[in-house]
Design a binder for this molecule. Structure first.
Ligand code: NAD
Ligand code: UDP
Length: 335
């Protein structure tokens, strides 16, 4: 019998890619999403995928959904995830992110579901002293967004440690998700879009104005910030492997997920120029508040424990896949 996975936030950018991968890997999927940010089109046309429109803070609807579909595990992608907005409206972030996770864990408890994969983030590390970040690098979030994700990780820890608990969890700390599905017509469409790669694509297409490069006086090789961009399909594979590992071994764990290579903002612009054969119109702009100079993952643990390996470690590869999506959908899912 195929196992069923409840994917909360499965109509979002990363969630929709994982849903497609779960189906490939012979799971049944129930996507539970309020569509407050996601796109229903991103999950249509897939066999063995059901959809429930609802908020993760709605315990009654979660109970009905658990009873109807009897999932063995949950993947939890729902969140508000804009750093700047979290500084302005922190309670919104505690409500949706922490409140949503509490509601989901309580519903899992009421319905005897023991396994959850949680979307965490490099933002839990803040501005670390080391450039290559491993699982035990000290956590010191610099904004409410990162703070809520760390609070959820701690909550998962204590909830799984409780003597009466059978809960097991995996927290996956994504670095910078990028790229799009190679064969399905899905990709990144956030509104507002704050991420570098889609903003580079939009600048090339002339739909988002000129790109702003936020600061070129950082302590990095070319002065612009360095990040670890990880292809969304590599992230997706890590979810499939983490799910199987957790259920098979009945264990919990935390894993940093990056491809281990740092690329500066100027590297990304250079690669976009090469891959698209187009100019990237950009202007230098002041630093964006709260941006650490360098964030690169050490993903040795995910490799050794989960047997995961990122397959797309070149920036050109990531940009080419993002470019295909943006060319087909210059206005995102509206096109
Ligand atoms: P996204 O906004 O595209 O997807 C989130 C989905 O959750 C959306 O479909 C939205 O409608 C849904 N949602 C939000 N709140 C909900 C609620 N209360 N009830 C039901 N549905 C709700 O975001 P994404 O870029 O795919 O990110 C997914 C997860 O990964 C988030 O938790 C984010 O914090 C984390 N993350 C993302 C990145 C990145 O680079 N995109 C990096 C690190 C961590
Ligand atoms: N960035 C930029 N212009 C943009 C968007 C981002 O210069 O329009 C920079 C940003 O300052 C950071 C890097 O690109 O140094 C990656 O930013 P993004 O928002 O994609 O991811 P983050 O690392 O903040 O999660």
């Amino acid at each position: 019998d195929q196992q069923t996975i409840l994917v909360a936030g499965g109509a979002g950018y990363i969630g929709s890619h994982v849903v497609a991968d779960l189906v490939e890997n012979k799971y049944n999927v129930v996507v539970y999403d309020s569509l407050y940010k996601g796109h229903k089109q991103s999950i249509v046309g897939l066999k063995n995928v059901a959809f429930v429109k609802g908020d993760v803070r709605d315990g009654d609807l979660l109970d009905k959904t658990f009873k109807r579909f009897e999932p063995v595990a949950v993947m939890h992608f729902c969140a508000d995830s804009l750093v700047g907005e979290s500084v302005i409206d922190p309670l919104k972030y505690y409500d949706n992110n922490v409140g949503g996770a509490i509601s989901l864990l309580q519903a899992m408890g009421r319905n005897g579901v023991d396994y959850i994969v949680f979307s965490s983030t490099a933002a839990i590390f803040g501005d670390p002293e080391v450039d290559i970040i491993s699982e035990d690098t000290p956590k010191a979030p610099k904004n409410p967004y990162g703070e809520t994700k760390l609070a959820i990780e701690r909550m998962l820890h204590w909830a799984s440690e409780s003597p009466s608990s059978t809960l097991k969890y995996v927290a996956l700390r994504y670095f910078n998700a990028a790229g799009a599905h190679p064969t399905r017509d899905i990709g990144e469409d956030h509104s507002p879009e704050t991420h570098l790669i889609p903003n580079v694509m939009k600048a090339i297409q002339g739909s988002g104005g000129r790109l702003k490069v936020f600061g070129n006086d950082y302590q990095t090789p070319d002065g612009t910030c360095v990040r670890d961009y990880i292809h969304v399909m590599d992230l997706s594979q890590a979810h499939v492997k983490a799910l199987a590992w957790m259920i098979h071994n009945d264990l919990s764990g935390q894993f940093n997920l990056g491809n281990g290579n740092g690329f500066s903002v100027m590297d990304v612009i250079g690669s976009a120029k090469t891959v698209t054969q187009r100019e990237v119109p950009y202007d230098l702009a002041p630093r964006r508040a709260g941006d650490p100079p360098t964030l690169v993952a050490n993903s040795v643990k995910a490799k050794s424990v989960l047997g995961w390996r990122p397959e797309h470690d070149s920036m050109d590869d990531i940009i080419a896949s993002a470019w295909r999506w943006h060319q087909a959908h210059p206005a995102g899912y509206k096109d």
